[in-house]
Design a protein around this ligand. Structure first.
Ligand code: FAD
Length: 305
């Protein structure tokens, strides 16, 4: 990728839509950081903001509390993540009803990781939904929800091959998923090839790239190895030697993510999902670079002119 290829195009911001992902906080300190982040990102008017669901439903209460607060205290539209791990169908259905009663209309429906940890064999609950496709089908018959599902440009690590992966994605789309959101990736060619193959496999829902700003390269590299995402050598080189230099690390991270997003815009992509890690600064900077401005920023700009 050539970083000088992109000039600031004032019309990009009109064409690009974003969504943001948060995780439910564990402590008061984390809660305060999340709400600072939400407050900073809210004026960017994302299409929706999603709140993850911990392994085995471990964050059910915290996910619900976070979603409720977003509904009650912000103008944002929340999407609740749901997983099937270690839960019978009626338990999952009850949680979906609980969210729907709260006013939630959007969900991210997932199978979830094995309860014994990533890398172990997944065993569905004997009375549970076996995978994302079954969950989508059940949710869609419970209400006319907007349902996002997962997609894996580098293949899900448990999948024997891409054909199995596309088969699952097609089942999720056929059962009523509105869009797929991808696992994060750093090589845009992989994403583009994946979307082309999905279309050839008869999958026509939008496949929204999931973008992970690199807050901490070492952590991202470890996490990528576990979830089967490739860390290209050029990316490692960019962050080389910056472990103890957080300021330069943040500047490089924002340039890397902006480059990735701008390249995807050039390739015709208009929707982006940001894994925020409950931190605003990098996401805010990247959105600014692709022309998504808060009303406060615009107002300050015109006052200065
Ligand atoms: P599915 O869509 O059901 O399956 C994914 C792929 O795995 C399939 O394509 C299939 O090929 C393969 N597969 C599934 N089951 C089997 C099997 N039994 N044997 C062999 N292959 C199989 N996790 C959380 O815990 N909470 C979250 O909030 C959360 N949010 C996420 C959001 C996004 C956008 C993404 C991409 C992932 C998220 N995850 C989350 C991680 C996700 O739960 C894991 O990747 C999990 O391992 C698979 O869930 P899924 O819904 O993708 O599975």
């Amino acid at each position: 990728m050539n970083q000088f290829r992109f000039s600031r195009r004032p019309d990009i911001g009109d064409k690009v839509r974003v969504s943001f992902e948060f995780f439910p906080p564990k402590t008061d300190e984390m809660e305060a950081r999340l709400w600072d982040t939400v407050t900073r990102l809210e004026p960017l008017k994302p299409k929706f903001v999603s709140v993850t669901y911990g392994a085995g439903g471990s964050t059910r209460e915290r996910t619900a509390r976070t979603v409720k607060r977003i509904l009650n205290e912000t103008t944002l539209t929340p999407a609740a993540h749901m997983t099937c791990v270690d839960a019978a169908r009626d338990q999952v259905d009850a949680v979906v009803r609980e969210f729907a009663d709260m006013g939630v209309t959007r969900f991210v429906a997932l199978r979830g990781d094995p309860a014994a940890g990533v890398g172990t064999a997944y065993r569905p609950h004997p009375d549970g939904y076996a995978n994302g496709a079954e969950l989508v089908g059940a949710m869609k018959s419970a209400g006319d929800f907007d349902i996002s599902v997962s997609a894996y440009p580098e293949k899900h690590p448990e999948s024997p091959d891409f054909a199995t992966d596309f088969d699952m994605l097609k089942r999720k789309a056929d059962n009523g998923a509105t869009r797929a959101i991808t696992q994060f990736f750093f090589d845009n060619d992989l994403y583009e090839r994946y979307v082309e193959r999905a279309r050839r496999a008869g999958i026509y829902i939008p496949i929204v790239p999931g973008i992970l700003p690199v807050h901490n390269f070492t952590q991202v590299a470890n996490f990528s190895a576990r979830c089967g995402a490739l860390v290209p050598a050029w990316l490692a080189e960019r962050f080389e030697g910056l472990q103890n230099d957080p300021q330069t690390h943040a500047l490089v991270a924002s340039a890397v993510a902006a480059e990735q997003v701008l390249d995807l815009v050039e390739r015709g992509v208009s929707d982006f999902h940001f894994y925020t890690m409950n931190r605003a600064d990098l996401v805010f900077a990247i959105c600014h670079m692709i022309g998504i401005r808060s009303h406060e920023t615009e107002a300050a700009g015109s006052a200065a002119a």
